[in-house]
Write a protein that binds this ligand. Structure first.
Ligand SMILES: NC(=O)c1ccc[n+]([C@@H]2O[C@H](COP(=O)([O-])OP(=O)(O)OC[C@H]3O[C@@H](n4cnc5c(N)ncnc54)[C@H](O)[C@@H]3O)[C@@H](O)[C@H]2O)c1
Length: 452
């Protein structure tokens, strides 16, 4: 690698991360550190606890499909009140208000007066935490508004999809001294929390490699004239990258102590051709539909490899546009064994039966997380994504009430989301390696681990 080529300017880098089709260079490694922090000397949010409180007062921005589901999870938790809801569609706010009243709570404040009415919601003085479940393009403006108004905030996934916005949320959280979380529910799923405990106990030995993905056939949803069909397909016309990296990568980051002893160092990425949405459109969309004007850019398969500072590798994949069963892969390999999900199976060196997979059954009792042991019945009853949605909300409320540090913070939100723009840059540059920024500013080396 030539030094000169690796020192690409911040402006150039952001430009490249924001557009597709940039020309190839001869450099082997692009340095995203060049687009690092602003000059502010904000103190880190690592180690900062929530202030304890008896009751958690919530505001919700976006009560479409996801926001309404998560509202239901929060309403099932003791000592949570939802004081305000916002959506550009008033009927969705009224539906949410009905659910809140049905749960025995006061009618919430309703904010449905246009795209920026969330600014009035975040200015209320009776909210401890704002949860955001809007289209991707709104996450960062809403996060920044909440932080500026002194609220802790949690956004749906991905938190941001440009490198600059990943830094913007880090800088804003540090400046406001308020937490900004990514609401990554897959970190609370049964397999992921059980495997995290097994990793912590050393059952798999020292970790060397992981594989993870969001492989989910969304074609029907993407072409609907409602809900995600109104905004999500558009992103396939804008970028060739991993559009949705966090469902697989969040749990992988927890296994590998990312930002807590290790960190993502660099990424290489490659996209396949795109035929999936075009084929679906041909078969399902009438030729007079305006959707025929759309030109898709996102490769059906985006496959990236990330190398960590401690020398581990992670294969990260995204595919939402071809027929296939759901799969987050969730594979973790150590020096003593390997786990692979979908379906869950394990191999530990020295086990009976030679080199074949075995079930997780005999490990479940010992390694199931305390969250699932204590709250699993309620989680399964509510059923949001098999129970993980309830456990994510339950754990957040526990941290807010007991004055704990959140499990997932703004550095995780940025590090798990940034493979979006970095994969875009790598794909545009013929799969060149791109360095990750260190959003923790060096704190990753000194920080403690998360327990399952
Ligand atoms: N974690 C998960 O498992 C999971 C599952 C589904 C969706 N999501 C995420 O949740 C988010 C929402 O997805 P969805 O499926 O609910 O989509 P949706 O289209 O059903 O809901 C989005 C809602 O936001 C509203 N909205 C749009 N602009 C707004 C604005 N400026 N202010 C207030 N409201 C606004 C829309 O009217 C709509 O009701 C996305 O980020 C998506 O990636 C996460």
């Amino acid at each position: 690698m030539s030094d000169q080529n690796s020192k690409i300017s911040r402006r150039e880098l952001l430009k490249a991360a924001g557009i597709a089709g940039v020309g190839l260079t001869t450099s082997h490694l692009i340095d995203a550190h060049a687009a690092q922090r602003n000059p502010s000397k904000n103190a880190t949010m690592i180690g900062v606890k929530f202030e304890p409180r008896d009751v958690v007062r919530l505001g919700i921005i976006g009560v479409g499909l996801r926001g309404t589901d998560v509202l239901g999870e929060f309403l099932a938790i003791d000592k949570v009140v939802v004081n305000a809801v916002c959506d550009v569609v008033k009927d969705k706010c009224l539906r949410a208000a009905q659910l809140i009243e049905k749960a025995g709570q006061k009618t919430p404040g309703i904010y449905a007066d246009g795209e920026r009415d969330f600014e009035r919601l975040v200015a209320r003085d009776d909210l401890d935490f704002v949860y955001i479940a809007t289209p991707w393009e709104w996450h960062v403006p809403q996060v920044l508004a909440a932080l500026k108004n002194g609220k802790h905030v949690g956004t749906e996934v991905p938190a941001a999809y440009t490198l600059e916005d990943c830094w913007n949320i880090v800088n804003a959280s540090e400046a406001a001294r308020r937490h900004c979380l990514i609401m990554e529910n897959c970190c609370y799923d049964h397999s992921e929390t059980t495997v995290l405990n097994m990793v912590r106990a050393g059952l798999l030995g020292d970790l060397v490699h992981g594989e993870c993905a969001y492989n989910h056939d969304l074609r029907e949803i993407l072409f609907e004239d409602k809900d995600e069909g109104l905004w999500r397909r558009r992103h396939h016309t804008l970028r060739d990258s991993n559009l949705y990296p966090t469902h697989g990568l969040g749990p992988m980051a927890m296994y590998m102590d990312i930002n807590r002893g290790d960190r993502f160092d660099h990424i290489v990425s490659m996209s396949s051709t795109h035929l999936g949405l075009e084929t679906y459109r041909k078969e399902h969309v009438p030729s007079i539909d305006p959707k025929w004007k759309e030109v898709y850019k996102t490769g059906d398969y985006n496959t990236s490899i990330i190398k960590t500072a401690r020398g581990r590798t992670i294969m990260l994949q995204h595919n939402v546009s071809t027929p296939r069963p759901y799969d987050r892969i969730n594979l973790i390999q150590g020096t003593k064994g390997i786990f692979r999900d979908y379906p869950p199976r394990i191999f530990i060196e020295g086990q009976e039966g030679g080199h074949t997979w075995t079930t997780l059954d005999k490990f479940k009792e010992q390694y199931e997380s305390s969250l699932w042991k204590k709250q699993g019945e309620m989680a399964r009853k509510l059923g949001g994504h098999g129970g993980m949605d309830y456990l994510m909300c339950y754990r957040l409320v526990q941290c807010l009430r007991e004055g704990l540090e959140p499990d997932i913070d703004v550095y995780d939100a940025a590090a798990w989301s940034v493979p979006g723009p970095l994969s875009q840059l790598s794909v545009a540059r013929g799969s060149m390696a791109v360095k990750f920024p260190d959003f923790t500013s060096g704190h990753w080396e000194r920080r403690g681990k998360i327990n399952g």
